[in-house]
Design a protein around this ligand. Structure first.
Ligand code: FES
Length: 555
């Protein structure tokens, strides 16, 4: 009866009965929207995927999903990553689907789509949107994110004028595609490729290169075969594949945001992985990819240098090469012959971009469950630092103070922002790259130690300690810090402490009360009640784990 109803309704859409009988039904979950500039080309790419599905004997159906254009969504796309994950999982569960191609790439779309697909458990293949093209300004290559921050600081310091800023606005984001620095988008699409969930080399192809639609067609072709092989995410995701992904994150100088997303993905897959695993790899694997913000090149250069397979080939001693990928073959076979073409962009192991590491996990009386910093994009002189805290309870309060010419601050101060975590903000926005006070910018200061329970854009740089856990809004010790307290950080020793006596902390704890929530209904209220802390992946507690969900009952 159910099959009849499906066939009947397919014919209502103009399909023939034989078009759907005996063919794998493939969902193309598409995060395109008019307000997602990084995904502006994904409608066309969906057509390329459909071509591949049809050529392989399947029948494709495109399903729109929440788009999450990073810069457009307020207050932060992170508030909605888990929403997209739920939507993806339930789309694939509730509709008559055999396998899925996931179209995304802008920051949270990648983990969101994958978390949902992992939990659903159907064969799934991720088709990355690809990075945007490089641009030039005054003879120099410029890209998205990192340059935005550099030029914004120059504008605040009076080194460029408004007219030049307006010109720059149209130059830094040249084409559809994701940010072309090693920000969260390129980090996560590369991580997913290293996990084995994308075609080899897919994540490095620029969005506007003709190789990109060809890759999308191959995704369509391959998912049909994966359905026949029963190649589900569960068969690809092991502790080994996650450790490969972590190695890639570190060698790329990847975004600190990956520390949250990788843990969330692992928990969905039922794989044991903690921040300590990430820290251990970061101590061992140097940054080899010479890409902003750790280096000085962009993703288009990375593609010409051989892309991710070439980087991974160079790292093969660090990788578990027997892990399977969506090709059905082990990683070893995917990397054969993929040599680096440009040693300046993908550095040899003995000439890394940085040996400081792409991530360090700090613990102490300010972060009992951990905090992270990206040493490779920070100032070496601030990796051991002691300074007076200047504490802000909200982002508006902090932003107003930064513009104050009389602010009591110097370059040794530690700028602190709290109530910016998963529950407190809510959604843990990318506020952790606190701006340098305007008066210090004018004195030439470009970096200071900054501390928060927020995240930071992967495209940004600076000595920013992030993801402090537990966050202040749930009573983490950051809530007890006061302006004037001494904060001491020692990144090589992985420590983060405030020099405040235990009895004084107990006194402050006794009078502390949690900030009230402004949300009494809706998604945000559900999110605040169930989101986990940064070191646990910021998933919703009831979505974690790999317990089976019963198939919907049908009549
Ligand atoms: Fe979409 Fe950066 S804003 S990837």
């Amino acid at each position: 009866m159910r099959g009849f109803a499906h066939r009947q309704r397919m014919q209502q859409m103009g399909l023939r009965r034989e078009d759907v009988i005996g063919r794998p039904i493939i969902a193309i979950v598409n995060t395109w929207s008019d307000l997602s500039p990084c995904h502006a080309h994904l409608r066309e790419r969906a057509e390329a995927v459909k071509r591949g599905v049809l050529l392989a004997g399947g029948m494709p159906f495109e399903l729109p999903a929440m788009s999450l254009g990073e810069v457009m969504v307020k207050p932060t796309t992170m508030l909605y990553r888990n929403f997209l994950a739920m939507e993806t999982e339930e789309l694939l569960r509730s509709l008559p689907i055999d396998g899925a191609v996931l179209l995304g790439g802008c920051d949270k779309t990648t983990p969101g789509l994958l978390m949902g697909a992992i939990s659903m458990g159907l064969p799934a293949l991720f088709c990355p949107a690809g990075p945007m093209l490089n641009d030039r300004h005054r003879g120099k290559t410029v890209g998205a994110g990192t340059h935005t921050r550099v030029f914004w600081d120059e504008l605040q310091a009076g080194l460029i004028d408004d007219a030049e800023w307006v010109r720059l606005e149209s130059r830094m984001t040249r084409s559809p595609g994701t940010c072309n620095t090693m920000g969260t988008a390129s980090t996560m699409t590369s991580v997913v490729e290293a996990l084995g969930l994308s075609l080899p080399g897919a994540s490095s192809i620029p969005a506007m290169d003709s190789a990109h639609p060809r890759m999308a067609t191959t995704c369509g072709e391959r998912i049909v075969a994966m359905v026949g092989e029963g190649l589900t995410p569960k068969k690809l995701l092991t502790r080994g594949s996650f450790m490969n992904a972590v190695v890639v994150q570190m060698a790329l100088g990847g975004s600190t945001n990956a520390a949250v997303h990788i843990v969330a993905l692992a928990r969905r897959a039922g794989v044991e992985l903690t921040l300590n695993d990430l820290d251990a790899v970061a101590r061992r694997v140097p940054v080899l990819a010479n890409l902003f913000p750790s280096g000085d090149r962009l993703m288009e250069d990375f593609y010409y240098a051989g892309g991710l397979p070439a980087l991974m080939n160079r790292l093969h001693d660090e990788l578990l090469l027997d892990e399977l990928t969506v090709t059905g073959k082990p990683l070893r076979e995917q990397l054969e012959g993929r040599e680096v073409i440009d040693d300046d962009v993908i550095r040899p192991l003995d000439k890394p971009v940085s040996t400081l590491g792409a991530l360090a996990v700090l613990y102490g009386n300010l972060a009992p469950s951990g905090a992270v910093i990206k040493p490779s994009a920070a100032s070496a002189k601030l990796m051991r630092h002691k300074g007076r805290a200047l504490v802000f309870d909200s982002q508006p309060q902090m932003l107003a103070a930064m513009a104050d010419p009389d602010l009591d601050v110097d370059e040794n101060s530690v700028l602190v922002l709290r109530n910016a975590g998963p529950v407190g903000a809510p959604g843990m926005p990318e506020w952790g790259n606190l701006p340098i006070p305007k008066k210090l910018l004018k004195q030439g200061v470009r970096d200071m130690l900054r501390l928060s329970d927020a995240r930071m854009s992967g495209t940004h740089y600076g000595s920013c300690i992030l993801h402090t856990s537990p966050e202040s809004a749930v009573g983490g010790p950051l809530a007890l810090l006061q302006t004037g307290d001494i904060v001491e950080v020692d990144v090589p020793a992985r420590s983060l402490n405030m020099q405040v006596a235990a009895d004084e902390l107990a006194r402050r704890r006794a009078v502390w009360t949690a900030p009230p929530s402004a949300y009494s209904r809706g998604w945000t209220q559900l999110y605040q009640r169930h989101v986990t802390q940064a070191h646990e992946g910021c998933d919703l507690d009831f979505l974690q784990g790999d317990a089976a969900t019963p198939e919907p009952v049908i009549y």
